[in-house]
Design a protein. Structure first.
Lengths: 112, 494
């Protein structure tokens, strides 16, 4: 089970890397979204999968699942949600101002 | 004794930032509130430093959860000194902003952004939990995304996209490294991590994880192969913001590397710390090359950030008493003086309207105070003896010699000479010579701009002259960094 989850998060990282290497800004943002999904899945896997019952709800189980990774994922999801929202608005604004979403045309600085 | 006040340097700017959002249209209110909060916060940070000096490391278990399980805030001398310095820098930058920020920017929550930035920075310094460090990094980064794009000019939009992208990737890498570390050790508390990693002994997996953390923090602190984003991003925003970034953001990365590699990852110092020292030296070399080659005062300052980061990390990587104290001396010195220099660049920009070096000259005839302040700041930066950069660099080099890294220590020495050249180039070309000041439309009262700069330069000079008075604090900070057991005992209360 852990191996399967690790492979899935690896595939997510691969797709994220591919998207982030493209020139379109929107694809890059989707890539960052996939990257954070992969990272969250990895945290879940690292905590161990299917090791016991739900923590806190029942008292008579022999083992419980570690709740900490889930708390970490929740925090990380909220953060990546906020950052992605900001990034999307920024992409829209810069498309309005600069008239392009092609990363090749966003190079250089004003002095050149 | 109740140690709840440790959380105040995080909570005060947070609440102030929230309050300021409600008063976005009232400029006076904004100024009064932010100034008051900043002054109070600086006073609390002073108290914190003095408290730690008297009672040793203090820790606060947030929410009453016991140490290895709940989140702890830990104030050791290193962290509290940095919190104090960060507050001083923010105070100066706020007063500089009152005179230079456009009305439009203030209405769109500029001061709230600064306060949230301070929240993140103080939190990152004070936290004793590695995932909490990630959260405070994000708070700080979110505020920095906001500040770097604030104003919506074309170069800002273009550069901020790259800045955000780099940081989003490094944040994902941070989460991944934390996940690996948790899988191996089963804990997130830094003190507990220190114990667990020690028990594991020198295993390859820990070294791999430590290098992942080095990449994450290296991206934030602009370490050698990972500094590519820095020159462009810091060029774009106005001077007050660039000053905040230059003084605070990279230093948080340096702080994290220092904390993690003196407390947790000590299992294979031969490899990791030698690796860091080489990267540090390469950072110094590239920083110096950049600062010499650009004919633009802002770029010169930006590349000097790289050099400073290299010097601090080299001091840390020697793992000697002298090197560690030197690194602590130097990081505080550099936060203050870098902020002052960026504000000086801002003042020059306000007068001449350009940062290009050959477009103006002879400033000292019309603005003598500005000229002398710049000279003092420049001498401090390059480490000329009575000023503040000297003692830190001396100790870093001493640490290098103790360790037998003669070539690297020599590079540090040589870099001071070249830093001096890079800033004197500005002084000679910009301040001496015939008076040639381009006319600009903006009429800024330069005297007002000089007040916060004078404040920072005075503190920096005092820091250099009163080394005798300051050295017990630095020694205490260095001792904790060198003996992780002290930190572990104070946090876990064994």
């Amino acid at each position: 089970m852990e191996i399967l989850a690790a492979i899935v998060s690896g595939i997510l990282f691969m797709a994220a890397t591919y998207l982030m290497l493209s020139r379109s800004l929107l694809r890059i943002i989707i890539g960052t979204g996939l990257l954070s999904h992969g990272a969250h899945l990895l945290i879940l896997t690292m905590g161990g999968l299917k090791k016991g019952t739900v923590p806190l709800l029942s008292e008579h189980a022999s083992s419980y699942v570690d709740p900490l990774p889930q708390a970490l994922i929740l925090t990380a999801i909220v953060i990546s949600f906020g950052v992605t929202a900001f990034f999307l608005v920024l992409a829209y604004r810069s498309y309005q101002e600069l008239g392009t979403d092609d990363m090749d045309q966003l190079r250089g600085n004003d002095q050149q | 004794m109740n140690h709840n006040f440790i959380i105040l340097p995080i909570v005060i700017p947070l609440l102030t930032g929230v309050l300021l959002i409600f008063f976005n249209k009232r400029q006076k209110m904004q100024i009064c509130l932010s100034a008051a909060a900043s002054v109070v916060n600086t006073a609390i940070a002073c108290f914190l430093v003095q408290f730690v000096k008297t009672y040793g490391i203090v820790s606060l278990e947030v929410g009453g959860w016991k140490a290895p399980f709940g989140i702890v805030l830990v104030a050791d001398m290193y962290a509290s000194l940095l919190v104090l310095t960060a507050n001083i820098v923010v105070l100066a930058c706020l007063f500089f902003s009152y005179k230079t920020m456009a009305q439009e920017r203030i209405r769109y929550f500029y001061y709230s952004g600064v306060m949230f930035l301070l929240t993140g920075v103080s939190g990152a310094f004070l936290t004793g939990d590695i995932f909490n460090l990630f959260v405070f990094f994000e708070v700080m980064l979110m505020a920095s995304y906001f500040l770097i794009v604030h104003g919506n000019s074309k170069p800002q939009l273009r550069e901020s996209i790259k800045y955000i992208l780099v940081n989003v990737i490094s944040s994902a890498l941070f989460v991944i490294s934390v996940a690996f570390l948790y899988a191996v050790t089963g804990t997130l508390n830094m003190a507990d991590l220190s114990l667990r990693v020690k028990e594991l002994g020198s295993s390859g997996i820990i070294t791999v994880i430590s290098i992942m953390f080095l990449i994450v923090f290296g991206l934030k602190s602009a370490l050698f192969p990972l500094f590519f984003w820095l020159p462009g991003s810091y060029q774009a925003p106005p001077s007050a913001i660039a000053s905040l970034f230059g003084a605070l953001l990279t230093k948080v990365g340096v702080y994290s590397i220092t904390r993690v590699f003196t407390l947790i990852f000590l299992q294979d110092t031969d490899f990791t710390h030698t690796f860091i020292s080489w990267l540090a030296v390469l950072t110094i070399i590239f920083g110096v090359i950049g600062s010499i080659s650009y004919p633009d005062i802002k770029q010169i300052m930006i590349y000097n950030i790289l050099t400073a980061v290299g010097i601090m990390l080299f001091g840390m990587s020697t793992m000697t008493k002298a090197g560690m104290e030197g690194a602590v001396y130097y990081i505080i010195h550099d936060m203050i003086i870098k902020s002052a220099l960026f504000l000086l660049v801002g003042a020059i920009l306000a007068i001449t309207g350009t940062t290009r070096l050959h477009y103006f000259s002879g400033l000292i005839q019309k603005y003598p105070a500005l000229g002398w302040l710049f000279l003092v700041a420049a001498l401090s930066l390059s480490g000329i003896p009575p000023f503040s950069g000297f003692i830190g660099k001396l100790k870093v080099v001493e640490g290098g010699f103790e360790n037998g890294d003669f070539v690297m220590a020599f590079v540090v020495l040589l870099s001071s000479l070249l830093i001096l050249y890079s800033v004197m180039k500005i002084f000679i070309n910009g301040f001496w010579g015939e008076e040639n000041i381009p006319r600009t439309q903006t009429n800024v009262a330069v005297k007002n701009l000089l007040i916060p700069i004078t404040f920072l330069v005075a503190i920096s000079t005092l820091y250099g002259f009163c080394t005798e008075f300051i050295s017990p604090y630095i020694t205490q900070a260095g001792e904790v960094l060198l003996s992780p057991d002290v930190y572990v005992k104070a946090v876990l209360k064994e």
